[in-house]
Design a protein around this ligand. Structure first.
Ligand code: ADP
Ligand code: MG
Ligand code: ZN
Length: 606
């Protein structure tokens, strides 16, 4: 039993008890009056001194001529007249007495009658309540979920202090959202025109592109309160709690309309219903249904706009996208070079940067970085500068931070043996040499045998510009680069290490994609194979429907092997022909551990 239910039951019980006790007090003004026996009463009646008898159940309230009051009780089995006659009342005198029959049913009576039966339930109820309370304190806050709580950004229902100024670029998204701001600010304008206020806006974009930021900015621009929940919060809840929370949230928001409700990561509850593994989706479904029915329940003039964000619009339940729900969709693109520079500028604003810092160069070096990545680059740079007791952040601090964000922090503590270091150096040199020898590869940015994150060493290539299409030639050369490390190890030491295994994995994946998805195999032609089915639970490609024959499967394997074999041949040829260069690079690497772009180019020029 959820907390709010137990709580209500207990409140009701307490109220009943209080009323019963109170009315019992009120109902007994006769308490302190004299009690008389039935025979005494008969005597009084026969005397003619009784003016009124009020009958309440078995209780008799007697009023005498001189206004004194007396109490008496009749026998339970027989009626009052019967009893009185038995005691020898004078019927004439009795007729003169004003008899008043009060129906049994006063509060006190009922409470008196029911209480004995209720008591066990009451005790059980109290017991349950205490159990639930301690469970709630002990294990989780599961039971407090029913009330939508402030979660993400400070107090729930507060106007956000972020505006569109704080969001770089995203021009189209801002333009679309400006309309929503107008709706929130001047609903009358639209209602007079007969327009319906939009109910839902779906923000779609890769992680870190600023969806949450934009939603908050809409609240800031429109100066309306912001209520937010995150879809992922619902996933681990008990059935029914999520739905109750949604109901609460919408209720509160409607009360403070105009308002914004922000549902972050809606894909966590809004995934295609019925998909996923096993049971346990009840909660999600109930929560989703509640969101939908709340949105359907909006009146035409309800000035509450639901903004939801997702990075997986492909897995959303179509019910969410029907008209009257999230029928406005705003796509937020990953930032291009100009946008990256603007985002960097925003995050540099409150940081002391050296005068000649060139954020354009930083933007050039960070293709594929999201807004969040860039924010974190600037933050890392600030941390670095502060750690070195600098007064300002230098360009170099920022450039170092790019790698940190890209690869994770350096692990200088990792110690190689001398031979391990040599092998690692030749391995990386092999990659770099192949990159240098082929025309369609991205230039080497840095080579290092300092392990970072998971990688033991790395050869970093960075594209000169953002790329939207890749060509077969590029892929073929990339395969050769991937196998460069393997080829070098084998060519120099005539021995293989486990260091190349992730390279081989990546190369096989790429070759397989070329054959099966991109139609780049000459033999099999422009066909795709396999219905890639995503396991929606994990958002990963796990299963693959085999829609081709065994024979084709063998052909595919052959083609994949052919790509790999030819790439290896290319790599081996380069390693063999330029063995002195390989040795040169490797020796510098062993000595200095890292080679940057300039050094590498100088090394190759000689
Ligand atoms: P999402 O919700 O899309 O995953 P967020 O809105 O949480 O991304 O963005 C994370 C952080 O990245 C923001 O707090 C902000 O610092 C930064 N950021 C992302 N996009 C932008 C942008 N366009 N302009 C400025 N900062 C941005
Ligand atoms: Mg977010
Ligand atoms: Zn490698």
């Amino acid at each position: 039993m959820p907390k709010f239910l137990t709580k209500h039951v207990i409140t009701i019980l307490i109220v009943i008890l209080a009323i019963a006790g109170f009315s019992a007090l009120l109902a007994s003004p006769f308490d302190k009056t004299e009690e008389v026996s039935l025979s005494k009463l008969v005597e009084e009646i026969n005397n003619g001194s009784v003016t009124q008898i009020r009958v309440e159940g078995n209780n008799l309230k007697i009023i005498l001529e001189d206004e004194t009051k007396q109490l008496s009780r009749k026998e339970a089995e027989s009626s009052l007249t019967e009893s009185l006659v038995n005691y020898g009342v004078n019927p004439e005198k009795l007729g003169a007495v004003n008899m008043e029959l009060k129906r049994e049913g006063g509060m006190a009576y009922w409470a008196g009658a029911i209480l004995p039966f209720m008591l066990p339930f009451l005790i059980i109820g109290l017991f349950l309540w205490f159990m639930l309370r301690s469970a709630q304190r002990g294990t989780s806050q599961a039971f407090t979920f029913a009330k939508a709580k402030a979660k993400l950004f400070g107090p729930q229902g507060k106007k956000q202090d972020v505006t569109f100024k704080d969001v770089a670029n995203a021009v189209e998204a801002k333009a679309e959202l400006l309309e929503i701001v107008e709706f929130l600010k001047r609903p009358k304008k639209f209602l007079d025109m007969g327009a319906t206020i939009p109910r839902g806006v779906l923000l779609m974009g890769a992680p870190g592109t600023g969806k949450t930021l934009l939603a908050r900015a809409v609240s800031g621009e429109a100066e309306v309160p912001f209520f937010s929940i995150s879809g992922s919060e619902f996933v681990e809840m008990f059935v029914g709690v999520g739905a109750a929370r949604v109901r609460d949230l919408f209720e509160t928001a409607k009360k403070s309309a105009p308002a914004i409700i922000f549902i972050d990561e809606i894909d966590a509850v809004g995934r295609l219903r019925g998909a996923g593994l096993g049971g346990g989706n009840d909660e999600r479904e109930q929560t989703l249904n509640q969101i939908l029915s709340e949105m359907d329940g909006f009146e035409r003039q309800t000035n509450v706009i639901v903004i939801a964000a997702t990075n997986r619009p492909d897995v959303l339940d179509p019910a969410l996208l029907r008209p009257g729900r999230f029928d406005r969709r705003v796509v937020i693109d990953e930032p291009d070079i100009k946008a990256r520079e603007e985002i960097l500028k925003i995050h540099a604003k409150d940081k002391p940067l050296v005068k000649n810092a060139d954020l354009h160069v930083v933007a050039q070096r960070t293709p594929g970085f999201s807004g969040a990545d860039l924010a974190s680059v600037m933050n890392e740079a600030a941390i670095l500068a502060a750690g070195n007791n600098q007064k300002t952040i230098t360009q170099n601090d920022i450039l170092i931070s790019i790698e940190k964000v890209l690869l994770g922090p350096e692990r200088r503590s990792h110690v190689y043996s001398k031979r391990e270091k040599e092998i690692a150096a030749y391995h990386e040199a092999g990659h770099a040499l192949v990159v240098n020898s082929l025309p369609h590869t991205d230039p080497v940015h840095k080579i290092s045998i300092i392990s970072r994150g998971k990688a033991a060493g790395y050869t970093l290539k960075l594209p000169l510009e953002d790329k939207h299409f890749r060509t077969k030639t590029e892929f073929v050369e990339e395969l050769a680069v991937m196998l460069g490390g393997y080829a070098a190890e084998k060519g120099v030491f005539n021995e293989l290490t486990t260091g190349a295994s992730s390279d081989l994995q990546k190369a096989s994946d790429l070759a397989r994609k070329m054959v099966m998805q991109y139609g780049m195999s000459d033999k099999l032609g422009p066909v795709t194979f396999g219905d890639r089915e995503e396991l929606v639970f994990l958002g990963k490609e796990l299963g693959e429907q085999k829609n081709y024959s065994e024979g084709t499967a063998q052909e595919i394997d052959k083609e994949v092997s052919k790509f790999i074999a030819s790439a290896l041949k290319t790599a081996q040829k380069i390693i063999k022909e330029r063995k002195e260069k390989l040795q040169q690079i490797a020796e510098v690497l062993v000595k200095k551990e890292t080679i940057d772009k300039k050094e590498f180019e100088e090394l190759m020029a000689t």
